[in-house]
Design a protein around this ligand. Structure first.
Ligand code: ADP
Ligand code: MG
Length: 359
């Protein structure tokens, strides 16, 4: 059978079913943002790993090495954030084509370490080798959490409200701007803000374009927010938005055995996305639902715990409700519902759709 027949998530399910040995200390194994492992009576170890492959996850014609280092740390820290944990240690492995200069690798580590250091996370090892075809990056982050303080993907129940931090779709729009030829500043830039170079659009778009590109190249993992959500005890489930809202909500529903209704008018959109979407000829909603790599936190809260949630000093928006059944719907302002398919990023092919999930 070809990989394209089952797709990335079909393959992960197949791996899961190969029934590797589990142990009573494996609190959560394959299927969540990070594995949760009991290493002492009250202490849980969180472990997550992610790869970034040149030509698949990034393109060296539009990302600089500092940003690449930053982002490879961010995507892993975000998985620890999605469990409500505290990142502690990391390892990073690189397979490097011979033409890449030493300075570029140093820039990569500057970007990487500026973000992990900000989260008091220590680089303790990795691996280095040559690559014949493209740069390959693998990062592992180990974190910790107190027992009963991790928030899994699997706890959502009917009636829970769905929330998301920050704004959605910015990174996906930033990526399309980059693909369309809009650029940040030259490679190697070390400041957080990218500066836009292009004459093709009116100068009023410079700032919004720049903000979207910056969100794509240097995403900010919501580690502190994830911990606050977990410590408050308000969330029944949580996942980070890495593949795109519709796909990550699908993963959360699948692990929880529930469905969902999303309110299209409620999705939080940044001013930058509203201003730049026209230039890209797509509605902002497209990016909010299908654009990946925002690394915001998507979580559910039972009505009984809403007071605890409201006390948190975090920018959150209520965007829908968990339902029974397995389907997802999008509801507009006048109450019209349409089926919502997971349309975010997936390797090999689109993920299985909701209908198939019932079989
Ligand atoms: P995320 O997007 O949050 O990083 P993924 O979709 O990459 O999560 O992975 C989902 C789950 O599947 C995670 O628990 C991950 O550890 C597990 N997983 C992914 N690929 C493999 C693999 N090749 N072998 C074992 N587990 C895997
Ligand atoms: Mg994740």
């Amino acid at each position: 059978m070809e990989l394209s027949n089952i797709g990335e998530f079909g393959l992960i399910h197949a791996i899961q079913k190969l029934s590797f040995q589990s142990s009573p200390d494996t609190m959560i194994g394959i299927g969540d943002d990070a594995a949760v492992l009991k290493i002492a009576p009250a202490t849980l170890l969180l472990a997550t790993t992610d790869m970034l492959i040149e030509g698949v996850h990034f393109d060296l014609t539009y990302t600089d090495f500092y940003s690449l280092g930053w982002k490879s740390a961010a995507v892993n820290l975000s998985d620890i954030a999605a469990m409500g944990g505290k990142p502690r240690f990391c390892l990073t492995s690189l397979a490097i084509p011979a033409h890449i200069p030493v300075e570029a690798v140093k820039d990569y580590y500057q970007g990487f370490s500026s973000l992990v250091r900000a989260h008091k996370t220590i680089l303790v090892g990795g691996d280095t080798c040559s690559s014949k075809d493209g740069l390959v990056i693998s990062v592992t982050v180990l974190g910790e959490a107190k027992k009963r303080m991790v928030v899994p993907r699997s706890g959502a129940k009917q009636g829970d409200r769905i929330f998301v931090t920050g704004t959605l779709g910015d990174s996906g729009a930033g990526l399309e701007l980059l693909k369309s030829g809009v650029r940040g500043r030259e490679s190697g830039v070390r400041s957080q803000k990218s500066e836009i170079r292009s004459k093709d659009f009116n100068s009023a778009l410079r700032a919004p374009h720049s903000a979207l590109i910056n969100r794509h190249l240097r995403p900010v993992p919501r580690v502190e927010w994830g911990r606050q959500i977990a410590l408050s005890g308000c969330a029944s489930s949580m996942i980070d938005v890495s593949d795109g809202l519709s796909s990550d909500l699908f993963h959360l529903c699948e692990e929880s055995g529930v469905g969902a209704v999303l309110l299209s008018d409620a999705l939080p959109l940044s001013k930058s996305l509203m201003k730049s979407a026209d230039y890209l000829n797509k509605p902002p909603l497209h990016y909010a639902l299908s654009g990946g790599e925002d690394y915001e936190l998507l979580f559910t809260v039972p009505l009984s715990r809403m007071k605890r949630l409201k006390a948190l000093p975090i920018p959150i928006t209520e965007i829908g409700m968990i339902t029974t059944g397995y389907e997802m719907f999008l509801m507009n302002a006048v109450g019209r519902k349409t089926a919502l398919q997971p349309t975010g990023y997936t390797h090999f092919k689109r993920t299985r759709n909701c209908a198939k999930r019932l079989t």
